[in-house]
Design a protein around this ligand. Sequence first.
Ligand SMILES: [Zn+2]
Ligand SMILES: [Zn+2]
Length: 105
Amino acid sequence: MIANLIATLVEEDLAEDDGVLAPDDRLTCHVHGRWIHQCVASPLHVNPVTRHRWCRGCDAELGVVVDELSGDVAMRCPRCGCGGSAATNRLIAACRASISARRAA
Ligand SMILES: [Zn+2]
Ligand SMILES: [Zn+2]
């Protein structure tokens, strides 16, 4: 539901400003105004410094597969087939949580 998305966005913006919520743990995206799993495939969610959706070995963006039905999310480097990092794992966890949050709405 849209109302639930907006309420969650506002809540997370405030919690982030208060320093009690890490950007990585957000279920919504304040740039795109959507649930994180709905816009994580955007190039804006790639960060070579923090290694969110980035394969350092190949210097490449990780591809994203989001299955809203099963709730599964995968991010893999198109070149080597892996390319994981702690930042990417956290992003995947946030996407899985945002799929369930959206379902609960
Ligand atoms: Zn976004
Ligand atoms: Zn790679």
